[in-house]
Design a protein around this ligand. Structure first.
Ligand code: TXA
Ligand code: MG
Length: 331
């Protein structure tokens, strides 16, 4: 299959909507990462998503909507808390898990009785969904296990020959995936993101729990799989000590190593292969996945250095920790 990559405009949106309404899948930009979308009510198209990504079919998809009224097409029992979020906080980089309507196919929700719904902040994403005139279920548009795509080009790298169309929009401003918040029982964050627990608590006026793999039960099926794996061996140092990182680098010289670190450390690594993750945590979130994809092209061993206590740092660490699959040194 030939994969077209077309700048988002009236013409490409028309083509995208035709494809979606004919049971095809289309990649599209959002402010978090690129998504790979299908008509939520079309079982054939949903199956194509799992095939194109090589995604395990017990990992459910997020349903993307372009306006609040679409919520009623997929979710039921919309609680006051959920209503508050949709009234006061959407569009946002926040996904909300609610009870699903029976019309949402089980293949979207991996047989769960719930559905994850997201009204993206990205105008381009909303234009696409609204042109299709149907809720769009979409995972991130990367091959399963690989870093999430934050540009049309990275989607192309993973999806060429597998999907008919990539809508080429802005590079993703946020750079890590949405916060996933379950409102089915007690409000619980299932995946941390740029929208933080304290922001949600302030809005809802009730405590919000955070569930991670470390706490035991897997509420969000996706969190148990290998994620974001670079093509070469990768280690993470959760430290502010550039000395420890330098020693490790020297030990791996033969592997063609590179250090990914915050801008403030660059001056300590003069003469070392280094990629600048950014000068703030927002920038680091924005650059992280694209930097990993750059690093793996040119180098043979990736050393990620990151440390921080803020809520955003927690979300960044969540992605970094997964990408090294437990290979972490904390000093
Ligand atoms: O920012 C994002 O959320 C991006 C863009 C494209 O919108 N999408 C994304 O999708 O990251 P994906 O498929 O890579 O991750 C979806 C996450 C998974 O961890 C999945 O398990 C969880 O959402 N999820 C989906 N439906 C769920 C449900 N009904 N209950 C609990 N978790 C759910
Ligand atoms: Mg993903």
């Amino acid at each position: 299959m030939k994969t077209q990559m077309l700048k988002i405009n009236a013409e490409s949106l028309l083509l995208a909507s035709k494809l979606i309404n004919n049971g095809e899948i289309v990649a599209f930009p959002t402010e978090t990462v690129y998504g790979l979308g299908a008509n939520v009510f079309c079982e054939d198209a949903i199956a194509k998503i799992y095939v194109a990504k090589g995604r395990p079919n017990d990992n459910p998809l997020i349903v993307h909507i372009s306006d609040k009224s679409m919520l009623r097409l997929v979710a039921r029992d919309i609680s006051q808390l959920a209503q508050k979020i949709f009234d006061n906080f959407m569009p946002s980089s926040l996904t909300v898990v609610l009870n699903k309507l029976p019309t949402v196919p089980d293949s979207v929700t991996a047989n769960l009785p719930t559905v994850a719904v997201r009204l993206p902040r990205s105008q381009e994403a909303r234009q696409f969904i609204s042109a299709c005139n149907v809720p769009i279920c979409a995972p991130s548009a990367n091959t399963s296990t690989r870093p999430s795509p934050t540009s049309a080009q990275t989607v192309y790298d993973d999806m060429q020959g597998k999907i008919p169309l990539i809508l080429w929009g802005e590079d993703c401003q946020v750079g890590i995936e949405s916060t996933v918040l379950s409102l089915v029982d007690q409000p619980t964050i299932l995946r941390p993101g740029i929208v933080t627990r304290s922001e949600i608590e302030r809005l809802l006026g009730v405590p919000v729990a955070v569930s991670t793999l470390a706490t035991g039960a897997v509420h969000s099926p996706g969190v148990k799989y290998l994620h974001y794996a670079p093509l070469c061996p990768t280690i993470m140092f959760e430290t502010t000590s550039t000395e420890i990182v330098k020693i490790h680098y020297q030990q791996h010289l033969k592997d063609n190593p590179v250090i990914l670190c915050a801008r403030q450390y660059l001056q300590d690594f003069l003469g070392f292969n280094c990629l600048d993750l950014g000068g703030s945590e927002e920038e680091i979130a924005h650059n992280y996945f694209s930097s990993v994809r750059l690093a793996e092209k040119d180098y043979g061993y990736i050393i990620q250095m990151f440390c921080g206590d803020s809520e955003l740092a927690y979300s960044i660490k969540n992605r970094m920790t997964k990408s090294v699959n437990g290979n972490i040194i904390t000093k």
